[in-house]
Write a protein that binds this ligand. Sequence first.
Ligand code: FA5
Length: 345
Amino acid sequence: MAVSEDIDAAATAAHGLISGAATLDALKAAEPEILGKKSALGQFKRALGGLEPDERRVVGQHLNAVRETVSEALDDRRAELAAGERRAQFEEERMDLTEVPTDPGLGHLHLVTQTVQRLEDVFVGMGFTVSEGPEVETDWYNFEALNLPKWHPARSMWDTLYLNLDQGDNVLLRTHTSPVQVRVMQEQAPPIYTICPGKVFRRDTADASHLPAFHQIEGLVVDEGITFGDLAGTLDEFTSAYFGGAIKSRLRPSFFPFTEPSAEFDINCVICEGSGCQTCQRTGWIELGGCGMVHPNVLSNVGIDPERYTGFAFGFGIDRLALMRHGIDDLRDMFTNDVRFLTQF
Ligand code: FA5
């Protein structure tokens, strides 16, 4: 039948267009010519109306079968080209993750860690050991054992963060490193010469000289015959070992419930070395921390005989110490983790 042969010839041409399209775009551009209304196969469809009913049925069936084959071939080719183009794209965008940068820019210890290590070196050189304690404490270690019963007004010196563990106000984030001295005294009989560095927490709003989480270092000595003179000498020795011989320390009367007598200790301003400048408000001195002779009640609380032993303790802020030593304006700069700042130290 002549019409059927023409249809087959048109189908062959259509398959030729399909397999000849090398890209998805080319295939899309050829689609009107393959199965579109104006394509040969499209025109046969329109011409069916002019045939006799019998012939129309036969030719119609043949045309439908052919169009279906062409349509399937078109779909297959489209999928094949799409997969090929995706593969090519992946290949082009593939990243070589084994690539090693020529300058990996090795990091270094954080300024606070460096400061802790330097402090430890100085005190270990003076014969102290290093002790650690938990950051989550009970009220007893953080306050009661340190001669701060629940009703003591001096508790307000430490704005405390309590943990909600259904235990009332019993579990808290330690507000200072002083609870570590209690733990050391419980575990170890005198003589004790130790320092306790660590992280502490307070409900303080962050500003240039305050952080809600900061670092302290505690010093504790308990032995026979320890006097206030030993405390002053140790702090002075530490000051020149850490800051250099030009910087001296001094003690001013103060109050802490766990030491009696108590003092604040100041050092010569590290910026002007004592001559007076803006940083030290022209006094030549900067406050570093608190200290004093361990209160007899604290010794009794941990089972050490205060008639036989005496001791001293001191505690100061490590972050503020690093700030002073390096002339940093704002404590917060140390923890916003801007590498441009951190790589300076
Ligand atoms: C104490 O915490 C006492 N435990 C110190 C002590 C130990 C006294 C042993 C006597 C014997 P104070 O609350 O003053 O004391 O804190 C000590 C130091 O921590 C301060 O001098 C300061 O350097 C630092 N500090 C306090 N609050 C902050 C804060 N929010 N951010 C950064 N540093 C702080």
